[in-house]
Unconditional design. Structure first.
Length: 423
């Protein structure tokens, strides 16, 4: 559990949701993360970035500006560094008298325990206010900076924040407060203003939190982190992107052909089949020259969109994945190993499992991961109902409805989707 009473705190949070910032004082039995966790998060993030993985990532700043490569290297824990205290010393020695910030993005990937602890509370909250269409994003803001480097701003996400190390103070103003101050708007950025915090602090609601408190503020609320001390502080921020649009879901659902990344190596050379546009004598590109690959890709995308119930299934995939992961999305996939046919299949908390039928297809989601059964909807329904009620079944029972060539995919879904009975 995140809080001493997840259901009760979620109900109270729902009452201020979208209205105003609020602190739930001493709501948690212990901090969501501590100094040692933060240090593990830094190590895991640095390793992932050095290995070129897409998640998790980090961002660094010195005196409010992004770091150069040389400066960034000084943030990487040196080989002899074993603890948070040693790491803090390394940073302070490297950047004396400078304000630094370390942002760990997708920190739920670097520190899976954060996701485990936060998710049940989110289910309780989203039962009241609805699940976020655009999901949630968790990061840790750490450093010794006095004020949020980019100043007073607003975000389009609701935020839940806890302080892991030190205390965190945030100043808030309602949207109307700066709404008509065109003189303060930064051209091109509706969400940032160039106002001095000290000019407006008397009108602000200032809230301070310690490691056991939970702070909430609504989307579209002006805010800035402030602090007097030069001490190291680190806070977990969970951005809840509640509003979304249909275009975003369509874009995610349509399996467009992958575009090769720049500098991704020689394999990408293979995709340069459209290098140079040839023109005919009339100075126009000849239609007959459309490369075969272009036409094939087009037809493939169209076939996917025209298949039976494609729109319903695409929408289901998005919503079921969101609901069963509280917006975190699927977990990082691990190699599932060899199939164990007699392995038990069960779910710990039934809120992380959901499914829906569309004609003969059943889309099943567990902890954000998806699997599509393409036949026997009634039997699949009965089977997952059994699992959701807390009963156990075996892999073999489910595998009976899946063709042999898809068994490995099913096994990967069971393992990575947290459906393998472990004890
Ligand atoms: Fe913000």
């Amino acid at each position: 559990m995140l809080t001493l009473d997840d259901a009760g705190t979620a109900e109270d949070l729902a009452k201020v949701w979208g209205r105003r910032p609020h602190v739930f004082r001493n709501a948690m039995p212990r901090p969501v993360f501590e100094a040692t966790d933060f240090f593990s998060g830094v190590v895991a993030t640095a390793q992932a970035m050095l290995n070129g993985q897409s998640k998790p990532t980090g961002r660094l700043a010195l005196n409010g500006k992004s770091t150069s490569i040389d400066e960034a290297l000084s943030f990487i824990p040196r080989s002899h560094i074993q603890s948070f205290e040693q790491y803090e010393e390394q940073i302070r020695e490297s950047f004396r008298d400078k304000e630094f910030s370390i942002i760990l993005d997708n920190v739920d990937v670097a520190l899976p325990n954060i996701r485990k602890r936060v998710s049940p509370f989110m289910h309780s909250l989203f039962k009241h206010v609805g699940y976020p269409v655009r999901g949630i994003h968790s990061c840790v803001y750490a450093g010794n900076y006095a004020s949020t480097p980019f100043g007073i701003h607003m975000d389009d996400c609701h935020v839940i924040m806890t302080a892991g190390i030190g205390r965190k103070t945030v100043a808030f103003w309602p949207r109307e407060y700066f709404e008509h101050r065109r003189d303060l708007m930064i051209p091109g950025s509706m969400a940032h203003i160039q106002a001095k915090v000290s000019d407006h602090i008397d009108d602000a609601v200032v809230l301070e939190i310690g490691p056991l408190d939970l702070l909430y503020w609504p989307a579209g609320y002006w805010h800035v982190g402030i602090s007097d001390a030069k001490d190291f502080h680190a806070a977990l921020s969970i951005g809840i992107y509640h509003k979304g649009n249909a275009a975003g879901i369509v874009k995610d659902a349509v399996a467009l052909p992958p575009v090769a990344n720049a500098n991704s190596g020689l394999p990408s050379y293979d995709s340069l089949d459209m290098d140079g546009i040839k023109i005919s004598a009339t100075n126009a590109p000849a239609v007959s020259m459309a490369p075969q690959r272009f036409t094939d890709m087009w037809n493939e995308v169209r076939a996917g969109m025209l298949s039976e119930n494609a729109a319903e299934i695409a929408y289901l995939k998005h919503t079921l994945s969101t609901i069963t992961s509280v917006g975190f999305g699927p977990p990082v996939l691990e190699s599932p190993g060899a199939i164990q046919h007699m392995a038990g299949v069960a779910i710990g908390d039934s809120r992380f499992l959901a499914w829906q039928n569309v004609a003969d297809t059943t889309v099943v989601a567990s902890h954000g991961l998806l699997f599509e059964f393409r036949s026997n909807p009634d039997e699949i329904n009965a089977l997952f109902l059994k699992i959701k009620r807390g009963e156990e079944t075996s892999f073999t029972e489910i595998a009976a409805f899946v063709p042999t060539e898809r068994l490995h995919d099913l096994w990967a879904f069971i393992v990575n989707g947290g459906l393998l009975r472990t004890s």
